[in-house]
Write a protein that binds this ligand. Structure first.
Ligand SMILES: [Zn+2]
Length: 111
């Protein structure tokens, strides 16, 4: 049985194109958004009566450590989009990897 060439192991075009299009056209951040309910410490604020303030943080790994970065409300929609794009890319890479794994498994000698 002839050995397959590396090019024979390309994943299905739809998954590859989706991944490269995403990288070409969309920003992405590898991280996750975390929502916190906070009290501000002002004695007469509504948060003392249970209506807490909402704060969003971007949780990312930076130089081996987890960092929580406060996300201003005005930038939240953009950051949400960047984080979602990363999730879509991860899912797409899983599809690509599964295709190539299948090709590898099919290329192994059958016993
Ligand atoms: Zn408050």
């Amino acid at each position: 049985m002839p050995l397959p060439r590396l090019e024979d192991w390309l994943a299905r075009p739809a998954a590859r194109q989706r991944a490269s299009k995403l990288l070409d056209e969309q920003p992405l951040i590898r991280g996750s958004l975390v929502c916190s309910q906070l009290t501000c410490g002002k004695p007469r604020c509504r948060c003392t009566r249970g209506e807490k303030h909402t704060a969003w943080y971007l949780s990312v790994r930076h130089e081996g450590k987890r960092r929580m970065i406060c996300v201003p409300a005005a930038l939240l929609p953009l950051v949400q989009r960047c984080v979602k794009n990363h999730h879509i890319l991860e899912e797409t890479l899983d599809l690509v990897s599964r295709d190539v794994l299948d090709a590898f498994l099919n290329a192994r000698p059958k016993r």
